[in-house]
Design a protein around this ligand. Structure first.
Ligand code: APR
Length: 244
């Protein structure tokens, strides 16, 4: 199924913004949030992903992220991550991957033009000095901030519900300059990420959804393809690069 040609090219090559969600990491073995066996089936958001939960029951929150951080060592990027890294390396136009995921699979596949809008498991935030540092271990065992020396003040560098997502200005500028906006493996349930497709449409970008099933915003996409990301994403990337 050939993709409809990009309606507009600014300069030589199109500017592409790609939004990814938990569905792109599902075939690597990382749980998604909603749907069968979703993380929010086994945990209440209110218990592990809010500032109030961190204040009320720090141990439960740190354990939830310690377990997810430890799981990263047991998984690897899949063909969808690899395909996006190839696009990142070979696409001569503008490209930005905005991931809602807090895993490091895009990086391990080689992607560089990447933003983590919801933070990263492998980063820690100090509640003492506000500094961020790379962190790969377990917080429950006790921590010392590399920046200010504060003891047990490191928290997961994850954007909790009710907190401000990262890099919004940079992301919105990229979407406003986009010729093509592609959403991969996300349910479209959480804002502001779920609203980016509307911003893309408002500036005349073409929109494409690659997902296992229709998302909450699927009606907003010009083109929609359904199936596993590990099949759809490599197919789409090859189509695009063959037309460059
Ligand atoms: N290939 C493609 N899509 C898939 C696959 C797959 N193999 N498996 C699941 N999906 C799709 C599901 O159909 C669903 O639409 O991925 C989507 C996953 O949706 P969610 O679990 O809601 O994950 P996500 O959209 O990333 O959640 C957004 O919500 O809880 C917050 O901060 C958290 O970043 C997360 C945000």
């Amino acid at each position: 199924m050939a993709m409809t040609p990009l309606r507009s090219y600014r300069g030589v090559m199109a500017n592409i913004v790609i939004l990814t969600g938990a569905g792109i990491s599902a075939e690597s073995g990382l749980a998604t949030f909603r749907g069968p066996d979703g993380l929010w089936e086994g945990h209440r958001v209110e218990d592990v992903c809010t500032p109030e939960a961190l204040a009320r029951d720090r141990e439960t929150v740190l354990r939830f992220y310690d377990e997810r951080r430890a799981a990263l060592a047991t998984v690897a990027p899949n063909a969808a991550h690899q395909a996006l890294a190839k696009l990142d390396a070979e696409w001569r136009g503008g490209l930005l991957i905005v991931t809602q995921n807090v895993d490091d699979l895009h990086e391990r596949a080689g992607a560089e033009r990447l933003i983590h809008i919801h933070g990263e498991l492998l980063s820690a935030l100090c509640e003492g000095c506000g500094g961020r540092e790379r962190f790969a271990g377990a917080m429950l065992g006790g921590t010392v901030c590399a920046g200010c020396g504060a003891v047990n003040r490191l928290r997961p560098d994850i954007v909790f519900f009710g907190e401000i997502p990262y890099d919004m200005e940079r992301i919105e500028a990229a979407v406003q300059a986009a010729d093509l906006f592609v959403s991969i493996g996300t349910s479209g349930a959480v804002y502001p990420a779920a609203g980016f497709v509307r911003l893309a449409r408002a500036v005349g970008a073409q929109t494409l959804e690659l997902n296992l099933e229709p998302s909450e915003g699927s009606f907003l996409f010009d083109e929609r393809r359904y199936g596993p990301a590990s099949v759809l994403v490599p197919e789409w990337v090859e189509e695009l690069l063959s037309r460059q």
